[in-house]
Design a protein around this ligand. Structure first.
Ligand SMILES: [Zn+2]
Length: 261
């Protein structure tokens, strides 16, 4: 089985819809092909990230059923007030059930955010897609590198020299600070030839992206991955952790990345 054949079966594989023969062929391909494995792994995590946003599916089943049992008990007869005090709004089930639902909701939020911590790449790609679909919503809408730099500097305490990146022909559209995996990350959005480039900036050691290919360009080291039609490039710039997400080709992104001061 070759790579394109394996990737054609990707969604059937993830949905558990493959026949035994195809299943074992895909599995043996994944054992020998790290680039397909990377794509399959990403897609699996991406799907689970989306599934985790549906509340009923997210809370661990034990906890969920325990909470629902508790709500059920409250609604049983015998726990209600004496008839004389039995007003509509005094019934404990009516008061406590919403509290139970709030507990379920908070648990869902807690577990969803824990799940998100596992894969920063998916979150970065999602943020890029969000900004790409409407860069009007950026907090700092400006084409002035100095303006955006000084805001990021104030909020993140890191020095970003954005002017250098615009020398590759990329036009600065703006920036903002977003939370990713408990870190504050600077997002700077550029456009080049009508295609968006999101540059994520954070302190070194924050946001390590697993399973990326190490490459070298003009004597500098980068990490690269291609995921869902997006190219990701990671590098270190004078004590800054830089991550780029874009649909632009790898060579264009390498050119963009190497234009720093
Ligand atoms: Zn392959």
């Amino acid at each position: 089985m070759n790579c394109s054949e394996a990737q054609r079966l990707l969604y059937d594989y993830l949905n558990g819809e493959l026949e035994q023969l195809d299943l074992s062929r895909v599995e043996s391909h994944l054992k020998v092909c790290s680039s397909c494995l990377r794509i399959f792994e990403f897609e699996r995590r991406f799907q689970s990230l989306i599934i985790d946003r549906i509340p009923e599916e997210t809370a661990p089943p034990d906890l969920r059923s325990a909470i629902l049992d508790r709500i059920g008990q409250l609604e049983q007869p015998g726990t209600s007030f004496p008839a004389s005090k039995k007003r509509f709004f005094f019934r404990p089930a009516l008061v406590l059930a919403p509290i139970g639902l709030v507990v379920v909701f908070l648990t869902v939020v807690f577990f969803t955010s824990r799940e998100k911590q596992k894969d920063p790449i998916a979150i970065l790609v999602q943020n890029h897609m969000r900004v790409e679909s409407s860069n009007e919503g950026l907090t700092y809408n400006s084409s002035d590198p100095q303006f955006v730099s000084s805001h990021l500097e104030r909020e993140l305490g890191l020095q970003a020299s954005l002017t250098a990146y615009t020398s590759s022909g990329a036009v600065l559209k703006g920036g903002e600070v977003i939370p990713v995996c408990n870190c504050k990350v600077g997002l700077v959005y550029f456009s080049k030839e009508g295609v968006g480039i999101s540059l994520f900036l954070c302190h070194p050691g924050e946001l390590t992206c697993p399973m990326m290919e190490a490459i070298s360009h003009r004597n500098r080291k980068y990490h690269f991955a291609r995921i869902r039609g997006f190219n990701l490039l990671v590098w270190d710039d004078a004590g800054l952790n830089c991550i780029v997400v874009s649909r632009l080709p790898r060579e264009t992104l390498l050119d963009f990345a190497s234009r720093r001061a």
